[in-house]
Write a protein that binds this ligand. Structure first.
Ligand SMILES: O=C(O)[C@H]1O[C@H](OP(=O)(O)OP(=O)(O)OC[C@H]2O[C@@H](n3ccc(=O)[nH]c3=O)[C@H](O)[C@@H]2O)[C@H](O)[C@@H](O)[C@@H]1O
Length: 321
């Protein structure tokens, strides 16, 4: 079990004598949780849920793609702490659980600085595992459907090893997450760290960066799937478990949907795809359904208006424009 409030050298000393407070019921609601990338799109929704569940939440974010704005309602709250921190540097905090989300996830952002992206995935994950080892915390990694690369089987089950280009422009992310998963399992096998791995499929929703780049090309599921992450973290299964929406549609169908919703007069333009973009992807979510009792709640036609609303608000474009 995790050490609630041990000192920094706890791992090097004999285990402390249990105090009644340490194991009291009070402890559960007092759980301290680190969310790396907590100022980001999925992270901030997760922070909302954790805060609503009375947890003590520490967010570490370097604001490369995340924004303080996403967390403004919690700033100053006694159970909330926000640290500007880049996970490629070691982090010393005392926590019981780590949700490790930090990494640019949109191709536009991760290709902008591929070396930084792979450092975040490899060194960042190594550091968070080192922290988990030191304090005895359980750690959840948000991996990605991109570990399947351009899949040769359809839909993708967790047992599929993937078809990934090791030297392409997307490899910093795909291969980075693959190494991150390897590190997770190695720390689990070698050091007995409690790990959880979610492979998240394309996500969209309120608070996504307006210039994310996935808005039209990639959005397939829904943002508020943080329930799935929390069920995975608090359950008994290590994973990897696919978290995504098996509802499949072509990009043209998606564009038509958006056109109808926003402005039926706009023209759909076809442009050349970026290199190594997977051609077809769809999660098999049997494991999520059976082991986590989780499945996506929001259909595309209901999710798109939520996002439209959020974007209009942030861009200051009223509905009848
Ligand atoms: O290279 C090696 O020979 C060793 O590397 C690691 O051991 P160690 O370097 O002690 O690092 P960990 O304790 O696993 O931590 C990994 C990283 O996490 C970081 N860390 C550690 C603790 C912490 O609280 N916070 C934090 O960010 C440190 O930068 C550290 O480099 C492995 O855990 C060992 O199995 C391996 O033998």
């Amino acid at each position: 079990m995790a050490q609630p409030n041990g000192d920094h050298n706890a791992a090097a000393k004999p285990p402390p004598t249990p105090s009644p407070l340490r194991f009291s019921k009070f402890f559960q609601s007092n759980m301290r949780i680190l969310v790396t990338g907590g100022a980001g799109f999925i992270g901030s929704h997760l922070v909302d849920k954790l805060m609503e569940n009375e947890k003590n939440v520490i967010v570490a974010d370097n604001y490369f793609t995340g924004s303080k704005d996403n967390l403004k309602k919690w700033i100053g709250h006694p159970r909330f702490e926000l640290i500007r921190h880049d996970v490629t540097e070691p982090l010393l905090v005392e926590v019981d659980q780590i949700y490790h989300l930090a990494c640019p996830a949109s191709p536009i952002f991760y290709k902008y600085n591929p070396v930084k992206t792979i450092k975040t995935n490899v060194i960042g994950t190594l550091n968070m595992l080192g922290l988990a080892k030191r304090v005895g915390a359980r750690i959840l990694l948000t991996s990605t459907s991109e570990v399947y690369g351009d899949p040769l089987i359809h839909p993708q089950e967790e047992s599929y090893w993937g078809n990934v280009n090791p030297i392409g422009v997307r490899s910093c992310y795909d291969e980075g997450k693959r190494v991150a998963e390897t590190l997770m399992f190695d720390y689990h096998r070698q050091h007995g760290i409690e790990i959880r791995i979610a492979r998240i499929f394309n996500t969209y929703g309120p608070r996504m960066n307006i210039d994310d780049g996935r808005v039209v090309s990639n959005f397939i599921a829904q943002a508020l799937r943080v329930d799935g992450l929390m069920k995975l973290m608090n359950g008994e299964n290590t994973g990897p478990i696919n978290i995504g929406n098996p509802g499949e549609f072509t990009m043209i169908e998606l564009a038509e949907n958006v056109k109808e919703l926003i402005n039926p007069k706009v023209e759909i333009k076809m442009v050349e795809n970026t290199p190594d973009d997977p051609r077809q992807r769809k999660p098999n979510i049997t494991k999520a359904r059976e082991l986590l009792k989780w499945e996506p709640k929001i259909k595309l036609k209901d999710g798109l208006p939520l996002m439209e609303e959020d974007f209009r608000l942030r861009l200051g474009v009223p509905r009848n424009n």
